[in-house]
Design a protein around this ligand. Structure first.
Ligand code: SF4
Ligand code: SF4
Length: 479
């Protein structure tokens, strides 16, 4: 390149992609997954779950105001966030597991960007027609009435889907029927309108216009997944040794050389939502949606040739097939040390979470000793320590909790503002109670620098108990 040549542009404008309609096994599977995932997303906030009069009856609710996460019969409190962390770890391990076994199967089938883009393309096809009609409309430079009508209909449909998407999202954070009424009446919190507006806009732009650009440029997963696949990972590939040299006729220009099975019909490239040609080999853009397999299998069937010119296969199979050996059984690709390790880790975290879920109690307490001062000496010489005890009633009704102590002899327990040792804790509440423990001047605990003490709380109604250990500070000498 000479100095006078203009610098090459670092920007490549997007070439719009108009995937052709395709049918087949993987397309059908993708339709089911699309219907299932979108159905779960849109319907879940409307499911009800009776937890009693004091608690919300929405089955899945992220109650940020009260710092609770409700999932059917499970209620997660802020101090139990490890459950959420555990679920995130499981999601990550599940992603590693599926990627190492089946490549970018998450990207191709279940990623929200893929699912919504698929939905947007479906709507686009209903309104503007299949690939050729959409291409003609795109290349038409004049905006006549028909083009304007089709474009406006499509954009309004996309916007409505975006609005439903943003709307469904905010329903996860408040009682859905009440919030819907408030939204319509204009009484909802501005945060709800802002969130909906942002999600409507991003869904409209990402699903309608950015599409594959998000996967190629914005998402880090294509880069990360490279570390998780190996020569035994099943991914979509082209049997080049069977398809090449490609051509529409049987005989090539070279005498004695016949074309392979690929008739160069471009069906595989025309259905690809990423706009690539799988015959060029593995590419970062490929999300392994397998639509090219459906397209090519259809062509092969019509030609009376075996299916599988494009297929799910591993690099090791490719090498075997090239050398005339049969491919491995699919289970030998799926059940490998790497996938077994991910499965064991995934199951281990899941079992630990289940165990933690089933052993957790409906009552809990935390004890914070007040250490300023560490103790006070009363007028009769007794020593008194102060503690802030936080009592948690995780049930849907008020409970009577009795506090008691086990520690040094002659210790006495008193509750601030309460006669006796029983307090009423409202339903689903964390209740702070100041507690005094005192030991008479003559007691050993008053003289010792520190004496272990156990504070117990018992539910009067059902006898359930919980405790926390702390210490009682004395004078430190017997003066
Ligand atoms: S669909 Fe099959 S036959 Fe047609 S171009 Fe692609 S690989 Fe070749
Ligand atoms: S090349 Fe095939 S599997 Fe890859 S994104 Fe395109 S259609 Fe999907």
């Amino acid at each position: 390149m000479s100095d006078s040549d203009p610098a090459p542009s670092l920007y490549a404008p997007r070439e719009p992609i108009f995937p052709r309609r395709v049918s087949g096994l993987f397309r059908t599977l993708k339709w089911y997954i699309l219907a299932g995932t979108l159905g779960i997303y849109y319907i879940t906030p409307w499911l009800r779950w009776d937890r009693g009069p004091a608690l919300p009856d929405q089955a899945v609710l992220l109650d940020l105001a009260n710092r609770r996460f409700y999932f059917f019969w499970i209620e997660i409190w802020p101090h139990e966030f490890y459950f959420v962390a555990g679920l995130l770890i499981m999601a990550g391990l599940g992603l590693f597991l599926f990627t190492s076994a089946l490549g970018r199967v998450w990207c191709g089938y279940a990623c929200p960007q893929t699912v919504w883009t698929d939905l947007f393309i479906l709507v686009e096809r209903w309104i503007e027609g299949d690939r050729n009609a959409r291409l003609r409309l795109h290349r038409q430079t004049t905006m006549d009435f028909r083009k304007a009508r089709l474009r406006i209909t499509k954009w309004v449909s996309w916007l409505l889907i975006g609005l439903a998407t943003g709307g469904a999202w905010v329903f996860y954070f408040a009682d859905a029927p009440t919030l819907l009424q408030d939204l319509i009446a204009g009484n909802a919190h501005p945060v709800a309108y802002t969130t909906m507006a942002i999600l409507t806009g991003t869904t409209f732009l990402f699903g309608g216009f950015a599409r594959e650009q998000i996967c190629i440029y914005a998402c880090p997963w294509p880069r990360i997944q490279a570390a998780m696949v190996d020569e035994d990972t099943l991914t979509v590939g082209y049997r080049e040794w069977r398809g090449e040299p490609r051509g529409k006729t049987r005989q090539t220009d070279e005498p004695g050389l016949v074309h392979g099975d690929c008739i160069d019909c471009m069906a595989c490239a025309n259905v690809c939502p990423m706009g690539i040609d799988i015959r060029d080999g593995q590419q970062l853009e490929c999300i392994t949606c397998a639509l090219c397999i459906d397209a090519c299998d259809d062509v092969m069937e019509r030609l009376g040739k075996p299916r599988g010119l494009i297929d799910y296969m591993a690099l090791s199979d490719e090498m075997n097939e090239r050398s005339g050996q049969p491919p491995k059984n699919i289970w030998r690709h799926v059940l490998r040390p790497r996938t077994t390790m991910y499965t064991v880790l995934w199951g281990g975290v899941g079992l630990a979470l289940l165990f933690a879920l089933f052993i957790r109690s409906d009552i809990e307490l935390t004890v914070a000793p007040v250490r300023n001062p560490t103790f006070v000496t009363l007028s009769d010489g007794a020593i008194r320590n102060t503690y802030d005890v936080r009592l948690r009633n995780k049930t849907g009704e008020p409970r009577l909790f009795e506090l008691s102590i086990k520690g040094g002899r002659d210790m006495e327990l008193n509750l601030e503002g309460v006669d006796g040792t029983i307090v009423t804790v409202p339903a689903d509440t964390s209740f702070l109670q100041r507690v005094y423990i005192s030991a008479p001047k003559s007691a050993a605990t008053a003289a010792a620098r520190s004496t272990p003490v156990r504070i117990w709380v018992a539910d009067i109604g059902n006898g359930e108990r919980a405790h926390k250990d702390t210490s009682f500070n004395g004078r430190g000498s017997d003066k």
